[in-house]
Design a protein around this ligand. Structure first.
Ligand code: C2E
Ligand code: MG
Ligand code: MG
Length: 832
């Protein structure tokens, strides 16, 4: 059993165990049978040898004895001698036979009667002797002795026989018992074998069959691609377990295969989708020039019938159809040429194994670009792209790259190319004039009427310029409101001037845009080639300088380049580099000019006006360097210094006197102005209400919310904000609405003419009234005379500033000037 248990894991082992058990059972049965046969044989021998043979021998001996006895006992009575001799012979014969029977060595009967038998034989012979000798009496007497001896022997024989019978009985009983025990053993063994081998075999067969059936079912399911099946016996350690594991592997493989199949199908699907959703046409041909695959777009592109998409279709057949839709195929030769061209491109791909590319123009005008690649296996794959739109777009872009999209004029690039062309031909006695044209008041039109109106205007200007020049002349828009004209053949200033004037006149013609009458002007700078330069760079630079001067002289005019302009440009460069040094060398100082409160008759503030003490050129006015500082980005640094310096100075002035600091629009751009102002206030200890910041209209021109927010934040610091030079810009009332200024400073150009021009009196009065109604103070700048003062006072201005009271003075003098001024004012007030 333990062997069976140890063999539980192997079916073969179990089968062997059952076989061994069966062999053991059969062996045991055979053993018992042999044993029983032995026992039976031995018992038969015993029965026969010790019992039955003894009984037979005893019976034989007894019968011979009885016969002997009858002969002997009858002898005394016999008278016949012959008979007696016969009896003697008979008796001797009997004795011989008895002795023959009991003469076997180890014969037990002989052992028992051996001692008495000679006596009996002797007595018998004596009886016969007596009887023959007629001594009957003696014979009779000896017969008695003989009888007694015979009785004794017979008793022994009977006893012997009885013993043998008893032994036979016992042996037969033992034999019967052995037979019964063999039956018992054999039946027990048979039952045991049946009980042991039968159930085990049944269990084994059942378990094997059941598990095999499960595996068969599982395999059947797997064969039907049902991978959900579980293989239960996979953990068993026997052969079926191994089979189950093999099936498990089969299942894993099946899952993998199914998975791969599904992925392949999905891939095919995607490939199919990808192929048929490709913007390009795709075709693939094998080494025999037979179609492998193509997509729907390929068919569509060349209007090929669906049956041509069948794999195996010959390239030549497809090409024939394709050439049917190819432009040059209209005639036979064209088709042959095109075929030759395509074949040539293909040969490069297939024979030389290089990528190839060609384009075909179809009958309907479409352009198809074909790019081909050789395949490893021979053949090629080709991508077909409809590049019609792309080509058109490229052409359009190329055109755009050289033309201004809005006006259609040449742009800066094309203009430069044309200029270079003209410059190259200068040596051959050619000449031309370059006109750089800047529109006047264009920004105003944009601001007032909006950009769409500005665009209409630019287009109209372009058309007018084109209409004014001669054919062959080049008109270009260089950007914004800048135009340029190359006047071919212009050899003199007079010719160029004539065109320039015509151009100004043409542009200045009023124009109706969106129902509004719009007027712009033009300012022109002219450079003559080759006199003013032989290359585009010089000519453009010189025409630009001329334009700069024309603008400076007042717009709506033209100006020719003059070499002195270059000197001015150089001077500007020197100024710029000096200015950079001035910042690091602290060459700036602030002068202060008092501002008088007309209401209180005393100085209420001083304006800080920057000065540059140049080491060679002496004092330079802010009007000369502030715009340059703004242009080269130095104004932030300079402005920050001015704010700090002004606050520091004002902190030492009488408390009723404020300080006004001018701010450039550029200071609102990058640096954190609010932080700079509050730092200056904090560092100086000046009360915020004593600081006034002057800004110009240009700052709020753009209505930038960030700028307005900065102004509000400054205001929240307690600082006052003044609108400087009011009247010089657009003086739009909307500026006054965009931020609640504390003060308006009326530009000195109005004050200057107060004595001569009543309109100025009216304007100053109107501004003062307007400011009053908006609760703003008004400062009249540039008050130089008593008359000015009287007029500004009469106009309702609240404050005045000008040489009449004091010129700007260095910081160290201002306190004395304030006191002196105040004294004078007091006296004047008293005199009035
Ligand atoms: P502004 O702010 O309008 O300053 C007034 C200008 O008028 C000053 O010229 C001043 O000297 C001048 N002025 C004052 N009273 C009279 C007068 O009665 N008659 C005449 N003809 N002129 C008078 P300045 O000092 O040359 O300054 C010119 C401009 O430079 C200033 O005009 C201001 O816009 C700018 N500026 C001055 N200092 C600074 C500064 O620190 N920062 C900035 N960003 N600009 C400054
Ligand atoms: Mg000012
Ligand atoms: Mg001013």
């Amino acid at each position: 059993m333990s062997l069976f248990v140890s063999c539980r894991r192997g079916i073969a082992c179990r089968m062997y165990v059952i076989g061994v058990l069966a062999v053991l059972a059969v062996g045991a049965l055979a053993g018992f049978s042999i044993y029983f046969a032995n026992v039976t044989g031995r018992a038969a021998q015993v029965l026969y040898g010790h019992s039955l043979a003894g009984v037979v021998e005893a019976t034989d001996v007894e019968l011979l004895l009885e016969k002997h006895r009858r002969v002997i006992e009858a002898a005394p009575l016999e008278v016949d001698r012959g008979q007696l001799r016969k009896d003697r012979r008979m008796a001797e014969d009997i004795v011989k036979r008895i002795e023959g029977l009991v003469s076997r060595p180890g014969d037990q009967l002989a052992e028992r009667i051996a001692a008495s038998l000679p006596e009996l034989v002797t007595l018998g012979r004596e009886v016969l002797d007596f009887s023959e000798n007629f001594a009957q009496q003696k014979g009779l007497e000896t017969v008695d002795l003989y009888a007694k001896s015979a009785d004794r022997i017979q008793d022994r024989i009977r006893m012997f026989r009885q013993e043998r019978v008893n032994i036979a009985d016992a042996e037969s009983n033992a034999l019967a018992r052995a037979g019964q025990s063999l039956i018992n053993w054999v039946s027990s063994m048979a039952i045991a074998a049946l009980m042991l081998i039968g159930p085990v075999s049944l269990v084994l067969i059942r378990s094997v069959v059941m598990r095999l059936r499960r595996i068969t079912v599982a395999m059947g399911k797997l064969a039907r691609n049902d991978t959900q099946v579980t293989i239960e016996t996979a953990n068993d350690g026997d052969e079926i377990g191994e089979m189950a594991r093999a099936v498990e592997v089969f299942k894993t493989n099946a899952i993998m295969l199914l998975d791969q199949k599904a992925r392949l199908e999905q891939l095919n699907l995607w490939l199919d989708i990808a192929l048929n959703n490709m913007a390009r046409g795709l075709s693939m041909f094998d080494a025999r020039e037979q179609l492998v695959v193509c997509n729907a777009n390929y068919l569509r592109m060349y209007s090929l019938p669906a049956e041509m998409a069948r794999p195996g279709t010959r390239f030549d057949d497809i090409l024939g159809r394709r050439l049917g839709v190819t432009a040059p195929s209209a005639d036979e030769n064209g088709s042959a040429d095109e075929r030759f061209r395509i074949r040539e491109a293909l040969a490069k791909v297939v024979v030389h194994r290089q990528e190839g590319r060609f384009s075909q123009t179809l009958n309907d005008g479409r352009i198809i670009e074909v790019s081909m690649r050789p395949l490893e296996t021979g053949g090629w794959v080709a991508l077909h792209e409809d590049v019609t739109e792309q080509r058109q777009a490229t052409e359009h872009i190329a055109r755009l790259a050289r033309h201004d999209p809005m006006t259609g004029l040449a742009n800066r690039l094309k203009f430069r190319e044309r200029l270079e062309e003209q410059a190259r031909s200068l040596g051959a006695g050619h000449s031309f004039a370059l006109h750089c044209i800047d529109l006047d008041k264009f920004k105003e039109v944009n601001d007032t009427h909006g950009h769409p109106a500005g665009d209409v205007l630019l287009k109209a200007v372009a058309r007018r310029l084109e209409a004014t020049v001669r054919s062959g002349d080049v008109v270009a828009r260089l950007g914004g409101d800048e135009f340029a004209v190359v006047q071919l053949g212009a050899a003199s200033q007079a010719e160029a001037a004539a065109l320039a004037q015509r151009l100004i006149d043409a542009v200045s013609e009023p124009l109706q845009v969106h129902g509004h009458r719009i007027e712009v002007g033009a300012t022109i700078g002219i450079a003559l080639a080759p006199g003013d330069g032989g290359n585009p760079d010089d000519l453009l630079k010189h025409a630009d300088m001329a334009l700069y001067r024309a603008k400076a002289e007042g717009r709506g005019r033209f100006s020719f380049f003059d070499p002195a302009m270059e000197g001015r440009l150089r001077a500007r460069r020197v100024l710029e580099s000096d200015l950079l040094l001035a910042v690091s060398r602290q060459q700036f100082e602030l002068h202060y000019q008092p501002i008088i409160s007309l209401e209180h008759g005393r100085i209420c503030g001083c304006e800080a006006l920057i000065r540059w003490r140049h080491p060679e050129r002496g004092m330079i006015s802010p009007a000369d360097f502030i715009p340059v500082a703004e242009d080269i980005g130095l104004i932030q640094e300079i402005g920050e210094w001015a704010i700090g310096e002004a606050c520091r100075a004002a902190a030492h002035w009488p408390t009723g006197v404020a300080v006004a600091v001018n701010l450039s629009a550029a200071q609102f751009g990058s640096s954190d102005l609010v932080a700079i102002v509050s730092a200056a206030l904090e560092a100086s200890g000046l009360e915020p209400r004593r600081l006034e910041l002057e800004v110009t209209e240009s700052l709020i021109l753009d209505q930038d919310p960030a700028t307005v927010e900065t102004l509000h934040r400054l205001r929240r610091l307690g600082v006052r904000i003044a609108l400087d030079d009011f009247g010089t810009g657009y003086s739009s009332l909307s500026y006054l609405r965009s931020f609640p200024f504390d003060k308006i400073k009326i530009d000195q150009s109005f004050v200057r003419d107060l004595s001569q021009r009543p309109d100025c009196v009216a304007i100053v009065g109107a501004v003062a009234q307007l400011a009053r109604s908006l609760a703003m103070a008004t400062v009249a700048e540039g008050v130089e005379t008593e008359d000015h003062l009287a007029k500004v006072r009469a106009s309702g201005c609240t404050e005045a500033q000008g040489y009449l009271f004091s010129r700007p003075v260095p910081g160290k003098d201002i306190v004395a000037v304030i006191e002196g001024c105040n004294r004078k004012l007091l006296l004047a007030d008293a005199a009035r």
